[in-house]
Design a protein around this ligand. Structure first.
Ligand SMILES: [Zn+2]
Length: 479
């Protein structure tokens, strides 16, 4: 009988042992769960930056599956990009303005560009821990935060439409804060269809994927006379007495440099020559100043430097040195030669003149908010520093006023604001129509409103940048 008792005892023991094992398993499972939650939490909270910033990371695609990407908005709440989800849970990124904001928003898919790339972390950030947990429990995607920009959709649309079939760029900013109000590059691509039409878009010879406003590097043409004029002010205390007599052309070493249409401008002061955009005056002024002073002046205005911005800005180059020839110094002084500048950088220089020499860091992201409108972060105007002394800015402002009063951009005179600026024609090569530039700013009742920079590729014959600026100003002040 005892033989039969043993199993009984054994069963009892087994039961007890099973109970013990169950508790051990249960305990282990709980511990693993906690570790898993902590690990996921760490991943979301601490590692999301490193994961998200590298948009080519395959882990990102996996992580993104669990999110509804936040929207990108303009300053007035107009939606520039949002994610649409159908009943099957399939997500589509939609860009309601099509090509207009293409180089600003960029695109988001297998690869990312623009704000989609730069603000990826924020667009894929839950508003709170609770939100993440709730989504995990319900097995629903986490809602990412929205990015509100400083851009004005109407202004952007206007600038885009005005560029039309021309390749080029428009940058509009607020010098008193550093806010970017419009940032347009043409031609553009449609971010809604960029992946399905990749072959065609990426091989298009007009380079629609290239963001000209920020990455384009152009010869500055006569807009560079701003820098040459500043160099005169800095190197020659008798700048007011500097005179040169323009005879329509000047000989520099082995080349002859003409004024526009061989116009004979006669004897000019710096004010006259700037208003007339006289090439012979400025070429000879460059030789008077010398390569070294021109170089230090350009460097002080952030040539050969990196400019910090939410999107990458091409580094402007000013390679002139004392070893260069007379021809090169003369050509550089009128914005030809080897100098290259981005429209964005030229706008920043214009900001400095408008703002008595002080420059605010340019910014385009105003704030990050949850879908419920709760503010997560906010960018405030941040002073970068002084690029110019106040009296230098005042001197350049007077020169720029002359351009509109009696110079190459009298068509910008209007009844609603004061305009200061400089036109430019940048030669691009034999047989090709030159590029057209304008950079300047406006004031009403003595306070600065906006700075605007326009480049129209191969638009020099009609000086296209000037009427385009006029239309943008008409729009801006009639709203
Ligand atoms: Zn001249």
């Amino acid at each position: 009988m005892t033989r039969f008792k043993i199993p009984t005892i054994s069963t009892d023991l087994t039961k007890r042992m099973e109970g013990h094992t169950f508790r051990v398993i249960k305990g282990t499972f709980l511990l693993l769960s906690i570790l898993l939650i902590v690990w996921i939490g760490k991943l979301i909270v601490f590692d999301s930056n490193t994961i998200s910033v590298n948009a080519y990371n395959p882990r990102l695609a996996k992580l993104e599956e669990g999110y509804i990407r936040g929207s990108i908005l303009d300053a007035d709440g107009n939606v520039l990009a949002y994610t649409q989800m159908n009943e099957a849970g399939e997500k589509t990124r939609v860009y309601p303005y099509g090509k207009v904001f293409a180089h600003v928003t960029g695109y988001s898919g297998k690869t990312k560009t623009g704000l989609e790339l730069a603000m990826n972390t924020e667009l894929l950030s839950a508003s709170s821990w609770l939100d993440t947990l709730r989504s995990a429990v319900r097995d629903t995607p986490v809602q990412g935060c929205d990015v509100v920009t400083t851009l004005q959709a109407g202004l952007q649309e206007k600038a885009y439409a005005l560029l039309g079939d021309y390749s080029g760029a428009v940058v509009v900013s607020e010098p008193s804060t550093g806010k970017i109000l419009a940032l347009v590059s043409t031609p553009a691509f449609d971010p809604n269809t960029v992946f399905s039409q990749w072959e065609e878009v990426s091989q298009d010879e007009s380079s629609p994927l290239f963001p000209r406003a920020t990455q384009g590097k152009y010869a500055p043409g006569s807009t560079f006379k701003i820098i040459t004029s500043l160099a005169l002010y800095r190197t020659d205390s008798a700048w007011q007495d500097y005179r040169y007599t323009c005879e329509g052309e000047t000989v520099l070493g082995n080349t002859t440099l003409p004024c526009f249409d061989h116009t004979v401008h006669g004897e000019e002061s710096i004010g006259d020559a700037f208003a007339n955009s006289c090439n012979t005056f400025y070429a000879n002024l460059g030789l008077h100043i010398g390569a070294k002073s021109l170089r230090s002046c350009a460097d002080s205005l952030l040539f050969n430097s990196n400019i910090e911005f939410v999107l990458p800005i091409a580094r402007s180059s000013f390679p002139l040195s004392e070893d260069d020839t007379v021809e090169m110094v003369g050509e550089t002084s009128i914005g030809q030669g080897k100098t290259m500048v981005s429209p964005f950088h030229m706008n920043l220089i214009t900001n400095a003149i408008a703002n008595e020499g002080m420059v605010y860091e340019p910014y385009m992201v105003d704030r990050v908010v949850t879908k419920e409108g709760q503010q997560i972060s906010k960018n405030l105007p941040k002073l970068y520093g002084a690029l110019l002394e106040p009296q230098e800015a005042a001197y350049l402002e007077e020169l720029m006023a002359g351009v509109i009063e009696r110079g190459t951009a009298t068509s910008l005179q209007n009844s609603y604001c004061e305009v200061y600026g400089k036109t430019g024609t940048a030669q691009v090569g034999e047989g090709e129509e030159a590029h057209s530039w304008f950079t300047g700013y406006t004031k009403t009742n003595g306070s600065v409103d906006i700075a605007i920079t326009v480049v129209v590729e191969h638009g020099a014959e009609s000086k296209r940048a000037v009427p385009l600026t006029k239309e943008i100003l008409d729009y801006y002040y009639s709203r």
